[in-house]
Design a protein around this ligand. Structure first.
Ligand SMILES: Cc1cc2nc3c(=O)[nH]c(=O)nc-3n(C[C@H](O)[C@H](O)[C@H](O)COP(=O)(O)O)c2cc1C
Length: 348
């Protein structure tokens, strides 16, 4: 962050329109993925996956490169997860040596190994601790300090109190996933809690959770009054979603995405991820993680995904992609995921 940085949020691609952000996702929002998404239609903001902070932690190189090698022209916020004040401050100062748009604190991760250490979503059980951490980091960060959190741990009893702490410590942007930690990923998102946050906090709020299409984003924005949306899994499936939101906001419709474009997306992602030292089998397996989501928009029966999950090598994989996306009578990618095709997120 530059010494002359101030506390204004970076400008968006389409001024006057809602802010869009790609949600941080561990092992997904790496430099290659961000670059591919940026080429398709960038969100306004990127967030890194979280830097783990503890006594022995050092900035993880592969996460740092999403900041130092960022050529998207869009700002990247660096996310941290941790609970130790001294080391959170140390890590913040290290991150501020780089070109970060701001520092983001994770208060939502539902992985038991994380929350049992009182980090991530575990912090939501302890508002006094949140108060201390936000206070210490606010003092350390001259520029933008943002928070990403859920609406509670097991229930929402601390929610309003934590929203007041967001105000007390002058947080600059709140990204809110409308589920509790215990609700993980699949329950109904409680947009009424996002609305409550918008009505309580002084900073802009990004609505997060199941923002599945541009039309859905409009409904969520209208209901919650949020300043923008943060999109995770649906942006893996449909990285055009940010561009589509801008289009929908100005014209009320979106241009359909051809399956041949989806093929190109898969090819570009594979090439971007394919480090020469990674064996082919591992590359194909890595790609399957993304295909889990992309497959939800290819065919209603989930046959593509069924076959792709069994591909053993690059040739098999792209032969399957070719059959479903280049030589198929199906022309267009679905705007909303086909029902009943389940992707398997494994972490937050
Ligand atoms: C594979 C995966 C990894 C994630 N990693 C992170 C992370 O590092 N930091 C974080 O704050 N949230 C993480 N999340 C949560 C997402 O940022 C987001 O809050 C959640 O997926 C809900 O939004 P969505 O419905 O748009 O996916 C992760 C989610 C998934 C599926």
């Amino acid at each position: 962050m530059n010494a002359d940085s101030n506390r204004a949020l970076p400008s968006s691609i389409a001024p006057g329109q809602p802010i869009t952000a790609l949600a941080p996702m561990q092992d997904v929002t790496t430099l290659p993925f961000m670059s591919v998404v940026a080429d398709i239609g960038s969100p306004d903001y990127f967030f890194t996956e979280y830097f783990r902070v503890h006594v022995q932690s050092r900035l993880e190189k592969h996460i740092l490169e999403a900041i130092t090698e960022n050529r998207s022209g869009r700002p990247v916020f660096a996310q941290m997860i941790g609970e130790n004040l001294e080391h959170l401050k140390r890590t913040t100062l290290e991150l501020l040596q780089h070109d970060v748009a701001g520092i983001d604190l994770n208060m939502g991760c539902p992985a038991p190994t994380v929350y049992k250490k009182r980090c991530g979503g575990g912090l939501l059980r302890d508002p006094e601790k949140v108060d201390r951490i936000l206070g210490a980091l606010r003092e350390t960060i001259p520029g933008l300090f943002t928070v990403k959190m859920r609406i509670g741990f097991e229930n929402t009893e601390n929610f309003q109190r934590i929203l007041h702490l967001v105000n007390k410590h002058e947080i600059d942007l709140l990204s809110l996933h409308g589920r509790t930690v215990k609700e993980m990923y699949r329950s109904q998102v409680r947009y009424e809690r996002i609305k409550q946050a918008v009505e309580t906090v002084n900073c802009p709020v990004l609505a997060n959770g199941d923002v599945s299409s541009a039309a859905r984003a409009r409904e969520i924005l209208e209901y919650t009054g949020a300043s923008g949306v943060m999109i995770g899994r649906h942006a893996i499936r449909n990285p055009w979603i940010f561009r589509q939101i801008r289009e929908f906001e100005s014209t009320g419709k979106t241009s359909p995405i051809k399956l041949s474009e989806v093929y190109r997306y898969i090819r570009n992602l594979y090439d971007a991820l394919a480090k020469p030292w990674i064996p082919e089998r591992a590359r194909v397996n890595k790609m399957k993680k993304f295909l889990n989501f992309i497959g939800q928009g290819i065919d209603p029966e989930g046959r593509f995904l069924h076959e792709a999950r069994r591909a053993q090598n690059e040739i098999d994989l792209f032969a399957i992609c070719d059959r479903y996306m280049l030589s198929s009578p199906l022309d267009f990618f679905a705007d909303e995921p086909y029902q009943g095709i389940i992707a398997r997120p494994n972490c937050e």
